[in-house]
Design a binder for this molecule. Structure first.
Ligand SMILES: Cc1cc2nc3c(=O)[nH]c(=O)nc-3n(C[C@H](O)[C@H](O)[C@H](O)COP(=O)(O)OP(=O)(O)OC[C@H]3O[C@@H](n4cnc5c(N)ncnc54)[C@H](O)[C@@H]3O)c2cc1C
Length: 406
């Protein structure tokens, strides 16, 4: 068999290696449009490559994918995080897991992953052609597929099987060559970004982290928990990135102008918050509001919240009355901020959207429109929150597509 892989990223390499291992005697070629392969793997995880997550529950693992979670639940059973760990460790790349479940190569260097993938290609005689961008796929009545290239010096080539692993395309236009073959495209929009609050005074608290928060989009069911980092441009950190992932599409529809609600203490039961505040009033009635922090809210953040409540200066806990208790409860559990714009998070961003899962057979990842054509990786309408889940999608879908099952 002559097998072509279009795209030399994580999913392309995994598809190529799986195809070569499972279809002995086949010729496998990776076509990459850039001068180098695996560029994203190199910069992933800040150059350390967070290649998967140690989460052991299949339900929890698949819940990390706001798009494609159901498909991933099925696909992960074929090639999940444990198989990824075994795959790399048995090929000489020891891995370590952080306390938060993120897995990295022990070397803390993405080059270990890149070297391993290249070594496997060499061992399996996989050809890698760089500066070979594919412009078009022409299906033949015989079932074979002819690839033509962007570079006019490269002659069209015929293959028996083709796996497309070209990654996320920021614009729908970049997917037209696949759309015209009969595939449905889900509009691509960015995911995993931080939020801009350009005029909000909270940005003066840059660098402060509230460890346990819940952030939500009022009027929707979209919410996320985790640490929140205040930056000089707005808000970031795990809770915000997760919210941007769950709300990627709706935030795009709103032109990145919307309100978010922040629960600074991650306690949704307002009554228990009120009880805690009443307890402070009972034990410290003569103390200034600023001097006793409920729920250990970071000091500068607490001062900010107190001034946002517009209490008179020098107000003491004993003077706030029941209206004051309600005000403080609301600011702690449902503080609201107007978002105006987004910024790319420094370590990780992905595309939500791409080839619709309606257009592929989820068991094989073969196209429903074109026989012998398969898809894998971020090109598919699958994406996840941070934590190694996006690369796991590349390994999982690369593996399943590389089996080249009918
Ligand atoms: C800065 C950053 C850090 C990240 N860190 C992490 C992390 O630590 N953990 C994690 O899980 N995820 C991380 N991600 C996400 C993760 O890297 C991607 O989801 C994953 O690499 C996608 O792999 P892929 O093979 O599907 O696509 P890509 O890696 O994008 O590879 C696609 C390849 O196809 C090539 N190509 C495109 N079009 C053509 C064409 N027409 N012909 C030939 N070649 C073509 C591209 O040049 C590219 O090399 C990060 C992303 C970014 C941007």
């Amino acid at each position: 068999m002559k097998i072509a892989i279009i795209g030399g990223g994580a999913s392309g390499f995994f598809a190529a290696i799986t195809a070569a291992e499972n279809h002995f005697g086949s010729s496998v070629t990776i076509f990459e449009k850039a001068p180098v392969t695996l560029a994203k793997v190199r910069i992933s995880g800040g150059g350390r490559c967070n290649l998967t997550n140690g989460c052991e529950s299949l339900n929890e693992f698949s819940a990390a994918y706001p798009r494609g979670g159901r498909a991933m639940k099925r696909l992960l059973q074929e090639f999940g995080n444990n198989k990824t760990i075994e795959w790399f460790e048995s090929r000489g790349v020891p891995l370590v897991m952080q306390d938060d479940g993120c897995l990295f190569p022990e070397s803390q260097n993405s080059e270990s992953i890149i070297d391993c993938l290249h070594r496997e290609c060499y061992r399996l005689n996989i050809k890698i052609k760089t500066q070979a961008g594919v412009a078009e796929i022409n299906p033949q009545t015989s079932g074979s597929l002819v690839l033509s290239f962007v570079n006019p010096e490269l002659n069209p080539e015929t293959f028996d099987k083709v796996i497309v692993t070209t990654g996320g395309s920021p614009k729908k236009r970049g997917l037209e060559w696949l759309e015209k073959l009969g595939h449905k495209i889900e509009e691509p929009v960015p995911s995993l970004f931080s939020l801009n609050l350009p005029t909000d005074e909270i940005t003066s608290l840059m660098g402060i982290v509230a460890e346990k928060t819940t952030v939500s989009l009022p009027g929707t069911k979209i919410k996320a928990q985790g640490a929140l980092l205040i930056t000089h441009w707005g808000m970031s950190g795990p809770a915000i990135l997760k919210l941007s992932s769950f709300g990627a599409r709706i935030m795009n529809e709103k032109g990145y102008n919307f309100t978010i609600s922040v629960n600074w203490i991650d306690i949704s039961n307002e009554e228990s918050v009120k009880e805690h505040i009443k307890e402070i009033i009972k034990t410290s009635p003569g103390k200034l509001l600023n001097s006793v922090r409920p729920f250990d809210v970071p000091a500068r953040l607490w001062n900010h919240l107190v001034s946002k409540c517009e209490f008179q200066s020098n107000v003491r806990w004993g003077d706030i009355g029941s209206k004051g208790v309600t005000k403080i409860t609301t600011i702690l559990t449902a503080d609201s901020y107007w978002v105006n714009g987004k910024s790319s998070y420094k370590d990780e961003f992905v595309t939500c959207g791409g080839i619709s899962l309606d257009s592929v057979n989820i068991k094989t990842l073969e196209s429903k429109a074109v026989k012998n054509l398969y898809f894998a990786g971020e090109l598919l309408d699958i994406d996840a929150i941070t934590g190694g889940y996006n690369l796991q999608c590349a390994w999982t879908t690369g593996f399943v597509s590389g089996l080249l099952r009918d």
